[in-house]
Design a protein around this ligand. Structure first.
Ligand code: UD1
Ligand code: CA
Length: 456
């Protein structure tokens, strides 16, 4: 016995006005369909089947990494027809849950409730009370409030149209039952479609109980049909992320101005995040970290007490404890900073290690370098790491002092406690403890006069 989901994702999404199939549009950098898949995979003994159709090649190509059975629905003949395409993958004892590829915010807890409501004699249905139920199938109940059928908007009579309890489309039942009901569907209705919703009446006629539950919030069951709805659900998702962060002990200057496009593999407490910060990919942020306004933090490790000052960009990099980055700093992939490191404005660090207590405070590029501890790199220093074809390493010893506007032409090393005079071009290894400089002599030209414009 398994809990198998069937995700309906064959829709075209005409109203998106897009070359991209609807289910590939993203919320928080992840496709709508992948959101649904990830939630479905959270169930115990989960197996996922995806019904695809429109833009099939693109969907398969983009999401081939998912561990799912992909089943093509060649013609779009209705939700019942869509489910029929995957029914050969269902065992009699399985519990089957129907999900929609364009309803991305459904929560795992909501799914678990539905699944736990199913037994041999019970079909579980997720319904929602709506202010404006227009377009939804309506849940028709008898005098005892028992569900007796679902009627689609286009097939409903005046009385039925007044019902405000709508069908979310999400339901679950036993495999054997579902197989039987699906084989009995007809398309004798206003849209000439095979409606999945018709199985409700069949179940009731057989004495099967329909047990309903509701989502915690309406946003969980909203679908995406156009870009406005996509933007609405993006915000709903982000509000939820912000709320979760605050629950976990993070201070947000404004929960409406933070975007989390990924997840936290570790999140400390007393982290403080100013406005307009974007987190992408997998981030690990330790206790007492401060992140200033307008930072982008992607796949980063930021250790305890570090401060990231405004307008900094950190990607695939490690920031050591109590370090201070920015404002306007850029840490690129494989920048690894130890504790108490200071990286200042307009400094770019790539594929380099910087040991404890070192400072690179202004306008520098450090790439392919090993910087020792307590090093001071002056303003405008550049590691010339690239000859147009190959990259070379720069090694700077502990305690070195690099004067401003120095070019370190790699491969090159600077000795421990060495001092480099400002404006030097260093092409050869420099010894420990000594001052090294390369600088042409300053001269002042005797009798020189500034040219003057001729008078007309
Ligand atoms: C469906 C329900 C309706 C419910 C509403 C909630 C039926 C008959 N009606 O109506 O009761 O209130 O959802 O949004 O089920 N799909 C396929 N293949 C198909 C048809 C649909 O994959 O042949 C997919 C769509 O891409 C979509 C989902 O199934 O993700 C729902 O289809 P849609 O046409 O939007 O159903 P509604 O008419 O809105
Ligand atoms: Ca719909």
């Amino acid at each position: 016995m398994q809990t198998k989901s069937i995700i309906l994702a064959a829709g075209q999404g005409t109203r998106m006005r897009s070359k991209r199939p609807k289910v590939l549009h993203p919320i928080a950098n992840k496709s709508l369909l992948e959101h649904v898949y990830d939630t479905a995979m959270q169930m115990q003994d989960a197996a996922v089947n995806i019904i695809y159709g429109h833009g099939g090649e693109q969907v398969l190509e983009t999401l081939k990494h998912l561990d799912a059975n992909w089943v093509e629905q060649k013609e779009r003949l209705g939700t019942g027809h869509a489910v029929q395409q995957a029914i050969h993958l269902i065992e009699d004892e399985d519990i089957v849950i129907i999900l929609y590829g364009d309803v991305p915010l459904l929560k795992a807890e909501t799914i678990n409730t539905i699944v736990s409501n199913v037994d041999e004699n019970t079909l579980a249905l997720l319904t929602v009370i709506l202010d404006d139920p227009h377009g939804y199938g309506r849940i028709v109940r008898d005098g005892d409030k028992k569900v007796i059928k679902i009627v689609e908007q286009k097939d409903a009579n005046e009385q039925e149209l007044l019902i405000t309890e709508g069908n979310t489309g999400i339901l679950a039942a036993r495999g054997d039952k579902l197989k039987k009901w699906l084989s009995q569907l007809s398309n004798n209705n206003a849209q000439n479609e095979y409606y999945l919703t018709d199985i409700i009446e069949m179940a009731v006629n057989e004495g099967v109980t329909v047990k309903t539950s509701h989502p915690e919030s309406q946003d969980e069951v909203l679908g995406v049909n156009n870009r406005e709805q996509l933007a609405y659900l993006e915000r709903a998702y982000q509000n939820d992320q912000a709320a979760q962060l605050m629950t976990q002990g993070v201070t947000l200057a404004d929960p409406a101005r933070i975007d989390v496009r990924g997840k936290f593999t570790e999140l400390g407490t007393d982290i403080s995040v100013d406005i307009n910060v974007i987190f992408e990919g997998e981030n690990r942020i330790e206790d007492d970290v401060f992140i200033g306004a307008n930072c982008v933090i992607k796949n980063a490790v930021i250790k305890q007490g570090a401060q990231i000052l405004p307008n900094s960009i950190i990607e695939d990099a490690i920031v050591g404890a109590e370090s201070r980055i920015g404002p306007y700093a850029r840490l690129r992939p494989q920048a690894e900073l130890a504790d108490h490191v200071h990286i200042g404005n307009f400094v770019e660090i790539k594929k380099s290690t910087v040991a404890s207590g070192s400072k690179i405070n202004h306008l520098s590029y450090v790439g392919d370098a090993e910087v020792g501890s307590k090093v001071n790199i002056g303003a405008g220093t550049i590691t010339c790491n690239y000859d147009g074809a190959n990259k070379f390493k720069t090694i700077i010893g502990d305690g070195a002092f690099i004067g401003s506007d120095t070019q370190l032409v790699a491969p090159v090393s600077v000795g421990k406690n060495a001092t480099i005079g400002a404006g030097s071009t260093i092409t050869k290894d420099t010894p420990d403890d000594r001052l090294t400089l390369s600088r042409s002599k300053q001269l002042s030209v005797e009798g020189w006069q500034r040219p003057v414009k001729k008078e007309k």
